[in-house]
Design a protein around this ligand. Sequence first.
Ligand code: ADP
Length: 311
Amino acid sequence: MEGQFRIDANRRTLFVGLVCVDILNLLPKYPEEDIGHRCIDYYKQRGGNASNSSTVFSLLGGNAEFFGTLADDTELSFIQRDFEKFGVIFKNSIIISEKTCPLSIVILSLESHTRTVLHTNKDLPELTLDGFVKNINLNSSEYGWIHFEGRDNAHEIARMLSYIKEFNKVNEIHIFTSLEAEKLRIAPYLDELDMWKLPDIMFVSKDFARNQGYTSMEQAVTSYYKKVKTGAVVICAWGEMGAAAMSDQSGLVTSPAFPPSEILDTCGAGDTFIGATLFALGQGKALQKAIEYGCKVAGSKCGVQGFQNLT
Ligand code: ADP
């Protein structure tokens, strides 16, 4: 297993998915309905699963690019400056005029350590294969890995993954792919379009697995492993329990969580886990070591606000 997913340090990892603005409100406890509350703090940050994972990957020293659609509104300069600040390339992303940047209002409760997300996407269109082909040049040999956030455009994601699969068949340099199943609404598409069989690595979130009736990370990876293609890997993060993974070579492997001394902000813990695990795999770490590294970085993230002070 060691080194199975190693990629050349100068080849980039592309994170495909959403970028939005997050407004996080820190409260002593979860608010009651229909009364005013004083927050301890609030902060605004660039969010979205793929966007967050690219930030973490870059902070760890990786060569990261984000690819998605961006609205040409008042938030655009904030998002662009923030990608630059964290050293994430975004030059190929598609800027669309007269659209609104998606927004997440996040309620962080210090008492229960929960993060409740209220997300609005008014009109920003999702990516298509056409947009991908026009803007991402696979022939440039720049890319070593392409990670997809499973979103409503499941049909288009399946087409993009298939496109990379065809590219790999006729090219010497292999581009690894991964897919995140986190949003519950993509579950039917994964089966219907047989998307399980497309990526080299399938990340399944705790919420997704629990919604399908699984009660532990070990049970989830063992079952989902039967759905992926031969040689592929299933990885499942499970909050305070840590993470589990399964592959041909390593069988079932697990890592505990690494809680910080104080939990401050768990928003983006799963995205951090993905960014850090991909970074470790790309460096040639074995599967168990890679998920352990993912859990360590995700645990540290829970102890800091946002991503700024992660490393
Ligand atoms: P998501 O953000 O997708 O809900 P999880 O809650 O499963 O993701 O967390 C992802 C990873 O973050 C876990 O595998 C774990 O390593 C780490 N993590 C999350 N919550 C905690 C916590 N309370 N203490 C320590 N680590 C945590």
